[in-house]
Ligand binder design. Structure first.
Ligand SMILES: [Zn+2]
Length: 236
């Protein structure tokens, strides 16, 4: 990630990177096992992810959003740029409670977009800045180190890296809010039954945890960068 492999081999704070990796791996193992567990629980109403998404969108009076099927596993997403709600094959075709929950979560993003939910707007505005920052961060730090430890360049590099963390932090309320909206819609509509709702809650909670883990891992990486390259740390 972020081309930091170069610096993994030395310096203090390696434990931070290891902790971050373990947290990320644990979160993704948890989400995978949760999905596997509930992917066999077929919803009593027998609707697919695609049908659930279409039903929810029209029930929310959102008529300008398309629903399409895309390749990959857990690639489900909503694109506010082209108003396209994309569901992975597994989500689109399955009638499981897990698939319907994921579809409803993506609809949650469409509702955020339709209602002008500001964290979603902020997140969209940060995307290019964060991409720019995280791709420039390591080169800047490296050049700073090569130019007889130019602390200003190094600090700008660290600041650039923190933009990636900022993006992940703004992502958290967006994701939690989309799931909250999804559960409210699923609870009030007649897509899931009363006893299927707790399963939806578990599936969406597990999915949200992966975003928390990613933010935590990036925070730990930033901490390590500061430890190694932060001020008054000149190593000759
Ligand atoms: Zn989401």
């Amino acid at each position: 990630m972020y081309g930091m492999g170069l610096f993994y081999g030395f310096g203090p704070g390696l434990i931070f990177v290891i902790i971050g990796m373990v947290i990320s791996m644990a979160a993704s193992a948890y989400v995978n096992s949760t999905f596997r567990k509930y992917d066999d629980v077929h919803s009593r109403n027998n609707v697919t992810g695609t049908q659930a998404a279409q039903y929810i969108l029209s029930s929310q009076h959102i008529n300008n959003v398309g629903v399409q099927q895309i390749a990959g596993n857990l690639t489900d997403n909503y694109n506010s740029g082209n108003k396209m709600l994309s569901l992975s094959q597994a989500t689109a075709r399955s009638t499981s409670v897990a698939a319907i929950s994921v579809a409803a979560h993506e609809c949650g993003h469409a509702v955020q977009d339709a209602t002008g939910y500001s964290p979603l707007k902020i997140r969209a505005a940060i995307v290019p800045v964060a991409n720019f920052g995280s791709s420039l961060s390591m080169p800047l730090i490296l050049i700073g180190v090569l130019f007889s430890w130019n602390q200003t360049l190094i600090n700008i590099g660290i600041l650039m890296f923190s933009l990636a963390l900022l993006f992940q932090l703004v992502t958290l309320p967006v994701e939690f809010n989309a799931s909250r909206r999804a559960l409210a819609i699923l609870g009030s509509g007649n897509i899931l039954t009363e006893d299927e709702l707790p399963i939806a809650r578990k599936v969406l909670f597990a999915a949200a945890l992966t975003y928390v883990a990613a933010a935590l891992a990036t925070f730990l990486q930033l901490l390590r960068l500061i430890l190694i390259f932060g001020g008054n740390n000149r190593r000759n």
